[in-house]
Design a protein around this ligand. Structure first.
Ligand code: C5P
Ligand code: MG
Length: 162
């Protein structure tokens, strides 16, 4: 088995959208970012790359390259999950902690969990979601920490030759 850990944070600003785990959150402020600024999908993608010591998402999608401006985080995660499969592994579990003071995310828990399950191919029971306030320490940021557990793909059955 392999494990990986990733983090991400984005500053919050007015007139921006807030996306978490591929779900649009109703909020006065959103992430200031080149991309959609989805801290869950970024932390998750980094955790997966870290499990294989492949660097981080900036190694594959550098944010100074205009080609990647506005890139959907969902696409980043898809590319990274393909790398996981190419390396002979599959995702077995994710554990995600979001730190955000406002708005309350409780009402979005099921939606985010379902969407993460959809994006990763995991059962919902293998998508752990924790929401925390920063207790005012980081009121202008959305932050995420993510852990992933990966298991080897089953060996293909040996081909029988006649
Ligand atoms: O951070 P704290 O321990 O004070 O969080 C208290 C509760 O508020 C937790 O149950 C958590 O799920 C919830 N919460 C939330 N949305 C946030 C931050 C915390 O629903 N943005
Ligand atoms: Mg607390």
């Amino acid at each position: 088995m392999l494990i990986g850990y990733g983090e991400d944070s984005h500053r919050l600003g007015e007139g921006r959208e807030l996306w978490l785990g591929g779900v649009r959150i109703e909020s006065e402020r959103g992430a200031i970012a080149h991309s959609d600024g989805d801290v869950i999908l970024h932390a998750l993608s980094d955790a997966l790359l870290s499990a294989f010591a492949l660097g981080d998402i900036g190694s594959f999608f550098p944010d100074h390259d205009p080609k990647w401006r506005g890139l959907e985080s969902r696409v980043i995660l898809e590319v990274v999950l393909q790398k996981v499969r190419d390396n002979g592994y599959r995702l077995g579990q994710v554990s995600v902690v979001v730190m955000l003071d406002r708005p309350k995310l409780g009402p979005y828990r099921t939606l985010i969990q379902q969407n993460l399950a959809l994006l990763t191919g995991l059962p919902e029971k293998r998508v752990g979601l924790t929401f925390k306030t920063s207790e005012g320490l980081a009121p202008d940021h959305a932050q995420c920490r993510a852990m992933v557990y990966l298991e080897p793909l089953p060996e293909p059955a040996p081909q029988r030759t006649p």
